[in-house]
Each structure stands twice: as C-alpha cells, then as structure tokens.
Design a protein around this ligand. Structure first.
Ligand code: 5AD
Length: 328
C-alpha cells in the first residue's frame, strides 16, 4: 500500500498532502481499501423530514433559492411536523433530522415548541435550517435540541461569496463553531465539484472539518439545478466525493460520515458506494408525499426517496446484503 495512504490517521496531514492524494487516481484503490478497513459495520439510519422549502437566501446552486419562481412553496404546521415525527418513531426511527430553507416563519419559539413536542417522546432531534442569531442556538439547545446540521459549503471565502451573494463565510463558520463550543452535536461538511473548485480548495475544506472538530461530516456532490444560475455547470464527479469521504474516514475511524442523498443523483448506487467509501450514516426521507417533490434542492432528488413503504424495505435489504447492522 502507498505510504501516504497507509499512514493516514497516524499523524496530521497538511493541505499539500491531502491535495496530492485527491489528485492522484493511482492511489484510489489503496485509499478505498484503507477506508473500508476503518469503517464500522453499524450503519446509523436517521429520519429526514423536509418541513419547509421557503428560503430567504439565494445560493446560486440551490433549487430552493428565493428567486426560483418555478417552485411551489410549502411549509408544514407545528402539529404536522410532530405527527410525522411520531409516525417515523412508530416505524422504528430514533433520530430525526428536521431540515428546511431559511424560513422566517419558524421563530425560535415555534421551533422550541416543536422540539419539545418531539423530545417528549424520546427521539433524538437534529435541526438543519441554516443561520440564525447566535443566541438562538443556545435557546434551541435549552429547548432540548440535540444537534445541528450546517455545512460550511466551501471554505474558500471568494468561492463562498460568489455562491452565496448575501451571506458571509465568517458568520456561517461562526454559527458552526459556536454550536460546537456549546455542545450541540454538529454535523458539517461541504459541496464537492463546484464550478472553479480546485483540489487545493477541497483540501482546505477537509482541513476546516478537522479544525472545527465536528463529530459528524456530510460531504456531497454539486448537482446543477435547471432553475438556478448554475444550470449549465458540470455536475460534481462521483470519484471526487467518494475520495473526500474515504480520506475523512481513513483519517478518523470514529467520525460519523453521512452518505448523502445527492450521491444517488449521480448514480443509482450512489448511497451504497458512499457506504463503501467510509460512510456509516444514511438519512431516509419521511417527508409527506404531498410535498416532498417540492423540496427541490437538486434534480432527480425523488429517486433518493427511500424512506417510505417499499423503498424503506429495499434500503433495509440493501444494508443487510452489505452485511451491515442497522442502528436506528
Ligand atoms: N447540489 C448539491 N447539493 C445541494 N444543496 C443545495 N443545493 C444543492 C445542489 N444543487 C445542499 C447544500 C445544503 C444542503 C441542504 O443541500 O449543501 O447545505
């Protein structure tokens, strides 16, 4: 095995070394072998509830950006959210990921009410609803919130500003760091395969994941969406994302790594490949069918809807075939 790959996890790597591994495809087999050897057989399965697609932002890649007028906007009521969560719990789920755009309807009080309502039944609750005033993260934690998913999307500040015209890279990272410091379970990560993104940028993204010290990581491919300014940009390469995941896995056996739904937009087997590249967490979509097609971050997302009915059973079968133990 190549030494640079073999020694992953035994010492700190600098950005040049990470970039060297990412750019050399002759190392792929070694890297994926190393990642597989370091991956647990237990796969954590979370329920994903996309409770609102309304968003005040205009991220250039995202189908939910507020300038997209082709999207029917929806938001679920507090009661609907709690009811859907409890139905998922009855199916066996123990962890809920509540995700939405930056929808100002959900004030901290409303969210606290929802979180409290679900926590009363003992579920673990994560939120993924973007940036808020910093003190609100503490308020939500006090209301029982267990964790927060917020990607920094891309570490490089110039790329970040180009892609998020109204947001600040510093503030976003501040949110992530403040949550981490207060003991919320932070899941963070980035997009791979964005226009103008180089392997040096990707190496910086990995370095930042380590700087934050988050327990869990979600890295996904960029998928061009037809109703966004980046409609004509090429999609991220499967290989790039899988290598990023495998690198993080090889460097840290104990981190949780999510095999993202966006991987399935690149390949029918995408999420499975993610699990073979070091991931140990998947999220199954439990969003009510009446609205789930409207949660349209990127195209072909519906083929990733594996949380309900038949599709749920298929996913369980897939994990069992892989020899994985399912942990809800
Ligand atoms: N392709 C891939 N991922 C996307 N996201 C939003 N739009 C896209 C896209 N076009 C991801 C962002 C965000 C998460 C909720 O969805 O990384 O953090």
């Amino acid at each position: 095995m190549n030494r640079l790959v073999e020694e992953l996890g035994s010492r700190r790597y600098n950005n040049e070394e990470i970039a060297a591994i990412l750019s050399d495809s002759s190392l792929n087999d070694d890297l994926f072998d190393k990642a597989i050897d370091t991956t647990s057989d237990n796969v954590k399965v979370y329920a994903l509830l996309e409770f609102s697609n309304r968003c005040r932002n205009r991220c250039l890649y995202c189908g939910c950006n507020r300038r997209n007028k082709n999207l029917k906007r929806y938001h679920m009521s507090e009661g609907e959210i709690i009811e859907t969560a409890l139905a998922a719990q009855a199916k066996g789920f123990n962890t809920l990921m509540m995700q939405s755009g930056e929808d100002v309807y959900y004030t901290k009080e409303r969210l606290a009410h929802i979180i409290g309502g679900i926590k009363a039944y003992g579920m673990e609750v994560y939120l993924s609803s973007g940036e808020r005033p910093l003190d609100e993260f503490r308020y939500l934690k006090n209301a029982g919130l267990d964790g927060y998913l917020m990607r920094f999307e891309v570490f490089n500040p110039h790329l970040y500003r180009d892609l998020h015209p109204e947001q600040s890279p510093n503030y976003r990272r501040r949110c992530i760091e403040v949550m981490q410091a207060m003991g919320l379970k932070v899941i963070t990560g980035s997009l791979a395969g964005l226009p103008k993104q180089t392997v040096q940028h990707l190496a910086e993204d990995i370095a930042y994941i380590y700087k934050v010290g988050a327990k869990a990581v979600g890295i996904g491919p960029f998928i061009p969406h037809p109703d966004t300014p980046l409609r004509n940009a090429p999609k991220g390469k499967l290989e790039t994302v899988l290598k990023m995941m495998a690198l993080v896995r090889a460097m840290s056996p104990s981190k949780d790594i999510i095999s993202t739904t966006a991987l399935n937009s690149l390949s029918a087997e995408g999420m499975k490949l993610g699990l073979m590249a070091g991931a140990n967490v998947i999220m199954l979509n439990i969003t009510p069918e009446s609205v789930r097609d409207d949660y349209n971050l990127f195209p072909d997302k519906s083929i990733t809807d594996i949380g309900i009915g038949d599709a749920f059973d298929k996913t369980v079968d897939m994990l069992e075939e892989m020899g994985k133990n399912i942990v809800f």
